[in-house]
Design a protein around this ligand. Structure first.
Ligand SMILES: [Zn+2]
Length: 433
């Protein structure tokens, strides 16, 4: 056995022995209610991670994304990066977002009690993605116990605001050159994509607001006015008759899951027109002079953003030519280009091999229907060697009674530790500074 061969049996024994530690760590993380919005307790969560990893010899840096959306002294956008340098070799980085989405209704348990029931830990963020974060920490800590003299550099980060675009988190750190090439060689994001799947990337996003205009009048004499809501009705009818059938025809070669997301999709996020929603008693009799619609278009790697936009504006321009009184304004809100890591990248092949080794079945390659922080690592950080891999069932994310399985966390921790070892022993892709 050469010194680069990993003792897999010993690794398995040690990770299995850490079951209680893993449960406690996951519970501690869930019990810090890092709700976004507003961006609550980020500092507490970062300090918790920094203290734990600092005590294990990591060099800890905190970064507040000052001036990023939502950042304030009350709700600082805090991030933590822990580094453990070894001999010469590549840098492997595990990145998890620390924020969780709003609790919502229909919970049968306390969302921040982190109750353990059998093999499952319940709570907001259990699946997305504190379970993944805990698994990656256990993976790295176990690995370091076995191989304190490892080559390369191991990093773990906890970052802000993934659920609201990641601008105060990964985007900020990528901009600083921290979460970026050439400083980092391989990134694993333990998002809940299931323990046997490697997620190569995600579809693209275009959010936009369309406003139709009208003319206000008394509601008893609508013929004296022009209803912006009826004009928006015409827009939605054009979507139904022309755009939706067109989108359903577009299929991608990206291995997107679930299957429905292999087509191009459009969600009408919201429609607001006329009278304000908050009134007491009865509404007043008015013809709406404005109606706004927010659309959420998810597109495929085969599509160009400019074409995606033109499909909508062509319909609107058609209405403008053919429908009396129709006028509109459109405003871009958010856009993300699709990204997909090369299947031959070492981070893909090593995590796939490790999955096969631990679970005794081949890994499945997938692409996420929605975006996550990989977009910033790819576009701002100029680093394509990035995947999402972690425990947790994708469809439980953002749901009531969200949970993560302890067995799944243990399995994925083992996969992450094996992949870490093999990645640290790959040739350094570029000279490090
Ligand atoms: Zn997530």
């Amino acid at each position: 056995m050469s010194n680069t061969d990993l003792n897999v049996r010993e690794l398995n024994r040690r990770i299995t022995d850490k079951r209680e530690d893993l449960i406690k760590l996951t519970q501690d993380l869930i019990r810090i209610p890092t709700l976004n919005p507003p961006g609550e307790f980020y500092d507490d969560c970062c300090r918790f991670l920094g203290e734990r990893l600092g005590a294990r010899g990591f060099d800890i840096q905190y970064y507040r994304a000052q001036g990023s959306p939502g950042d304030s002294d009350r709700y600082p956008r805090m991030n933590v990066v822990a580094q453990k340098a070894g001999g010469s070799g590549p840098c492997v980085h595990f990145n998890s977002h620390i924020d969780v989405v709003a609790v919502g209704n229909h919970w049968s348990r306390d969302p921040f009690a982190a109750e353990l029931a059998g093999d499952l830990i319940y709570g907001r963020g259990a699946c997305d993605m504190k379970g993944g974060l805990a698994a990656s920490i256990i993976a790295v800590e176990t690995y370091l116990e076995m191989y304190p003299n490892h080559p390369g550099r191991i990093e773990i980060s906890g970052t802000a605001d993934e659920e609201s675009g990641g601008y105060g988190g990964v985007a900020y750190l990528a901009d600083l050159g921290i979460m970026a090439a050439p400083r980092i060689d391989h990134v694993i994001i333990p998002e809940p994509l299931n323990k046997d799947r490697v997620c190569l990337g995600h579809r693209g996003v275009w959010w936009a607001e369309i406003e139709t205009h009208g003319r206000i009048a008394h509601g008893s004499m609508p013929f004296d006015g022009d209803s912006a809501i009826r004009h928006m009705g015409a827009v939605m009818q054009a979507f139904e008759q022309q755009l939706y059938p067109q989108l359903a025809q577009k299929r991608t070669r990206m291995p997107v899951v679930p299957d429905g997301a292999k087509a191009s999709t459009l969600n009408i996020n919201s429609v607001h027109g006329g009278e304000g929603e908050a009134f007491d008693g009865l509404p007043t009799a008015l013809v709406a002079d404005s109606c706004r619609l927010i659309l959420d278009r998810r597109f495929l790697i085969e599509e160009q953003l400019s074409t995606v936009k033109a499909e909508v504006t062509d319909l609107l321009d058609d209405l403008k030519r053919n429908r009396e009184g129709f006028d509109y304004r459109i405003r871009d809100l958010f856009e993300v280009i699709p990204t997909m890591t090369n299947e031959q990248a070492a981070v893909v092949t090593e995590v796939s091999r490790a999955i096969e080794q631990v679970l005794a079945k081949p890994a499945t390659m997938v692409v996420s229907p929605g975006t996550y922080d990989q977009k910033h690592i790819d576009r701002i950080g100029k680093l394509n060697n990035c995947i999402a891999y972690g425990p947790g069932i994708l469809t439980l994310a953002h749901q009531p009674d969200e949970y993560v399985s302890v067995t799944d966390m243990l399995h994925s921790a083992e996969v992450m530790a094996i992949a870490l070892h093999n990645l640290l022993h790959t040739a350094t892709p570029a000279a490090k500074t």
